[in-house]
Design a protein around this ligand. Structure first.
Ligand SMILES: O=P(O)(O)O[C@@H]1C[C@H](O)[C@@H](CO)O1
Ligand SMILES: Nc1nc2[nH]cnc2c(=O)[nH]1
Length: 293
């Protein structure tokens, strides 16, 4: 489930075939790819001149199985910049191998994408965060990766990137700076944070003891995605920027009647998607004008 069966068909060629299929059907040549987190599919709604491809029609593409993840690629223009949005991502807990989870990222690279913007829904561990806050991801802890469930496990294809890639500067410093400046200009600074995201395997939410452990480790927000996509993006030379929408506080005390569930996560995502959409749109608009990309 977790790594690539080394006997399967060549992965690079498989990605190339999918990229070629898409390129022969869309007039857009995206430089930005945006992955929509749980309940955040509407981020794509502002795209002009849309062309939509259902995952079920795209060769080699996995299928979405989680509520709040529609399952289609949307190509179009955001402020005259060609983009591709992934409305629905793949999670390890769905039973996808990590090479399938990260397959779209490598396809994006072969489409000519230069910058990957990841979004996700996450629970907060940081005491100062509130539900509805947006966290600019400064760094991540890839728990499955640390335990050996890494999207880069298996034979390394140098055409994608090196065997031992550095991850010390994964979330682009200039883009983070740009986003924080932008949050001030947009009047968002009271709910925009910068912090560390942690990926756990899921699909269950954290026990109190797990929440306390993650809190002690200095993690600000926890979720069940993103790290594999980001590791693969960095490996193949994409610039990476990430935003977590804080959909809930992770309980750290026993005896509470509160409990998180996916419906509550989707409810907050729906409420805050508009703000996230504006933030991403303005960020993409600014990237060229600042020569950050
Ligand atoms: O795809 P993301 O990371 O946004 O989804 C989060 C993690 C789980 O898939 C789900 C839990 O509600 O939301
Ligand atoms: N692991 C985890 N994932 C989430 N996604 C949204 N909220 C949460 C959470 O509290 N924990």
């Amino acid at each position: 489930v977790f790594s690539r069966d080394v006997s399967c068909i060549p992965y690079y060629e498989e990605c190339q075939k999918t990229a070629d299929w898409l390129l022969s059907r869309t007039k857009h040549k995206p430089k930005f790819a945006i992955i929509c987190g749980s309940g955040l599919g509407m981020l794509a709604e502002t795209l002009q001149d849309q062309e939509v491809f259902k995952y079920s029609d795209i060769p080699n593409f996995p299928q979405s199985t989680v509520q709040g993840h529609v399952g289609q690629l949307v190509f179009g223009e955001l402020k005259r910049k060609a983009c591709v949005y992934m409305q629905g991502r793949f999670h390890m807990y769905e039973g996808h191998s990590l090479y399938k989870v990260t397959f779209p990222v490598r396809v994006f690279k072969q489409l000519g994408v230069e910058t990957l913007i990841v979004t996700n829904a996450a629970g907060s561990l940081a005491d100062s965060y509130k539900v509805g806050d947006i966290m600019v991801i400064k760094d991540h802890v890839n728990f499955p990766g640390l335990a050996g469930y890494n999207a880069l496990s298996g034979p390394n294809d140098e055409r994608f990137g090196p065997r031992f890639p550095s991850m010390s500067d994964t979330y682009d410093k200039d883009l983070r700076g740009l986003a924080l400046d932008l949050s001030i200009k947009l009047g968002y600074s009271h709910f925009v944070q910068e912090g560390v995201y942690c990926m756990v395997g899921g699909p269950n939410f954290e026990t109190i003891a797990e929440a306390r452990l993650l809190h002690k480790l200095g993690i600000d927000a926890v979720g069940m995605s993103t790290a594999p996509e980001v590791v693969v993006a960095k490996h193949c030379g994409l610039k990476v920027f990430g935003l977590s929408l804080i959909t809930n506080q992770v309980l750290k005390e026993y005896g509470s009647n509160e409990a998180v569930n996916h419906e509550k996560v989707l409810e907050i995502s729906k409420k805050r998607a508009g703000i996230l959409q504006d933030f991403v749109t303005e960020l993409v608009a600014q990237i060229n004008s600042n020569n950050t990309n």
